[in-house]
Design a protein around this ligand. Structure first.
Ligand code: TYD
Length: 191
């Protein structure tokens, strides 16, 4: 089983993934945690490019889309191997990040044809004003107008693809409980 958490920068994804992993561990579930961009050479190049002030421009985005796809394909082997061993895979971002951030549906689908689609996607939804106040000014995507567009695209795609949308503006514990409930249902657990 491959479960992905998505959300705009500052949605609290990393904190919630940490809490989710602790809870899964307490439940005795064997988990592989992965994240995109990864630590592969492509992932390292991506992180460097994200610092560039032009990162939101079209040609930069197209280049990033190709790099994200390359980085993701390599990750698929790791995910498939873990699934074969019966592990639950929890991913910080996946193919859908490219669909919303790089935003050219058909082309993004084509270059990601080797990327597995998750069995469950949780979208941590938050208004961009709150999200940006939580960011540390790390990269060029942490810009309010850009995040407003990204959030809209996330909500559109969530509707089409049946993501589970979690209100990420609620307190830490409430968001964690909401995530737990969705994951438990998917895994057929009682909580
Ligand atoms: P993020 O999860 O925010 O990493 P970190 O916790 O290290 O800041 O991801 C980095 C950025 O990469 C984020 O702004 C979203 C962007 N991104 C894309 O634009 N396309 C993609 O396909 C992926 C996976 C991420």
């Amino acid at each position: 089983m491959y479960i992905c958490l998505e959300g705009i920068d500052g949605s609290g994804k990393s904190t919630q993934i940490e809490l989710l992993l602790k809870w899964l561990d307490n439940c005795g579930i064997d988990v592989l945690m992965v994240f995109e961009p990864t630590e592969s050479p492509a992932g390292k190049l991506i992180r460097e490019m994200l610092q560039n002030p032009n990162a939101t421009k079209t040609n930069f985005q197209n280049t990033l889309a190709l790099l994200f796809a390359a980085d993701r394909i390599i990750l698929m082997d790791k995910i498939e191997a873990a699934e074969k061993e019966g592990k639950l895979v929890i991913s910080d971002r996946c193919f859908y990040s490219s669909m919303v951030y790089q935003n050219d549906g058909d082309w993004i689908s084509t270059i990601n044809k080797f990327a597995k689609r998750p069995d469950l996607v949780l979208l941590l939804d938050i208004d961009p004003e709150t999200a940006i106040s939580r960011c540390e000014g790390k990269d060029s995507f942490e810009d309010i107008d850009f995040l407003i567009k990204i959030r809209e695209r996330y909500l559109e795609i969530a509707d089409k693809q049946g993501f589970m949308v979690v209100n990420a503006k609620n307190g830490l514990n409430k968001v964690h409980d909401d995530i737990k409930r969705v994951v438990a249902r998917k895994l057929g657990m009682c909580i």
